[in-house]
Write a protein that binds this ligand. Sequence first.
Ligand SMILES: Cc1cn([C@H]2C[C@H](O)[C@@H](COP(=O)(O)OP(=O)(O)O[C@H]3O[C@H](C)C(=O)[C@H](O)[C@H]3O)O2)c(=O)[nH]c1=O
Length: 351
Amino acid sequence: MKHKKNILITGGAGFIGSHVVRLFVNKYPEYNIFNLDKLTYAGNLENLIDIEHKTNYTFLKADINNQSEINSLFNKYKFDCVIHLAAESHVDRSIEDPLAFVKTNVIGTMNLLNAFKNIWKDDFTDKLFYHISTDEVYGTLGKTGLFTETTPYDPNSPYSASKASSDHFVRAYGETYGLPYVITNCSNNYGQNQFPEKLIPLFINNIINNKPLPVYGDGNYTRDWLYVKDHAVAIDMVFHKGKKSETYNIGGFNEWKNIDLVKVLCGQMDIKLNRPNGTSEKLITYVKDRPGHDLRYAIDASKIKNELGWQPSVTFQEGLLLTIDWYLENERWLVNVTSGEYQEYYEKQYQ
Ligand SMILES: Cc1cn([C@H]2C[C@H](O)[C@@H](COP(=O)(O)OP(=O)(O)O[C@H]3O[C@H](C)C(=O)[C@H](O)[C@H]3O)O2)c(=O)[nH]c1=O
């Protein structure tokens, strides 16, 4: 009988990770999907309650920072492929505590690379290490231009420096040890289950609770927004059809200045909450800028579009409404992630 592939997804309890785990578990009964997660503040198993009973799904609570723990899991389960999403991802937190980002994003990635290399030695037939990264590694753009896969790395924040470093290590292991890899660099994700520290869910949460909306600087910073479920589909495509040793940029073809996006969000929230038009906008408060704030990220996603046939399936208007609806229907989730209740609960369960 053919060996059922063992696929390790790291960070599967987190925002993007949980969407990838769900897609793979439901779509590929022929794979064993292992979700390895430390269950930090930003990841909880509530996000995967609908698939946790599936026979092709296993949860492993572990820390990618712990090399011996990671080694024993690799020895036990002989993972054929790794999709590595576990990361510290919030730029503001990286400014407060850069070392935490080096530990998880750089050392953690190296621990996985080492464990993967050690179990397969020189025979990497049918194996893959898929590293998920960010467009922030390219630094910042002026008012025009787009990041492509050949844009030189020029990270500005401790977060993006740590992700750039991890990308370099993945490529270095490919060159040096022949480890089969692929890397994707994505733009700003939004959608269901995102921790309310990132712009969109933070502002939704604050609007619900009538709290100020802290817009950094003049609000004229620009980001490209990608709906998380479209991102998960892109990851599936790259995993199955991407060329080894290649990088693909994944973007939403959807650039917004922060302040324009916030105003659209405010308008939609007024409608959903039955509040008079303009109520939420009154909460906008301009605050001190983020140090080293990158002016603009914008992605040329034509490589993945032309080579693999991927493109976003929902418009921003649709994606934003789906996102708002989800948060309004899941206010309990918002309360429990912000209070740390889920984290406490799952910590006790997996002690
Ligand atoms: C939280 C917050 C943000 N902002 C501004 C800062 C940015 O210009 C924009 C988005 O900020 P956010 O922190 O949501 O995301 P980025 O700093 O662009 O980075 C995000 O997208 C990339 C691709 C990743 O790789 C990161 O992991 C992800 O966090 O809104 C505000 O003005 N006020 C706020 O309270």
